[in-house]
Design a protein around this ligand. Sequence first.
Ligand code: IMP
Ligand code: MG
Length: 178
Amino acid sequence: MHKDVESVLLSEKQLEKIVNLLAKKIEKDYNGKEFIMVGLLKGSVAFMADLMKKINLDFSIDFMVASSYGSGTESSGKVKVVSDLTQPVEGKDVLIVEDIVDSGNTLNFICNYLMTKGAKDVRVVTLCDKPARRKVPFKPDYVGTEIPDEFIVGYGLDYDEKYRNLPYIGILKRSVYE
Ligand code: IMP
Ligand code: MG
């Protein structure tokens, strides 16, 4: 285990199980639909790479970069599209892939943004959900697992751009950010 990690919250095995369950549900719901899977960079990178390989359907992928977090552990509440999609979403079904929903600010903004751009339907799959921290009402369509109010890292999730490469999800030691 990494020296900055307090304890492992989701092991590689547990992550694999969660991803498989989500993939099955999505495969069933999106069968016959033409959809774009949109990853929110950079946090979704590990999750999306694993998830997309398990969904046996035809779909395209794309990425967006949205910023709301600085280098701290609190959302600023203001969301900006830093890098947009490379293809039009008019009339398309969009499935957004996110690492974690916290305040809800990011996804609330991004879903509205894509609907304004004419998407037919926008749904969200998130690996983790911290419902206790919600500041704006937002309910993801597919949730891997609900987690307690702790700051987590690994499997794509960072603190100050570190720990994204850990193969598991761990609770970050408070001494790292306090
Ligand atoms: P929201 O807009 O507050 O819902 O924030 C969502 C984004 O904040 C996520 O996509 C993550 O990038 C980041 N985030 C929220 N909680 C954590 C955490 O516990 N660890 C790492 N990143 C987090
Ligand atoms: Mg993110």
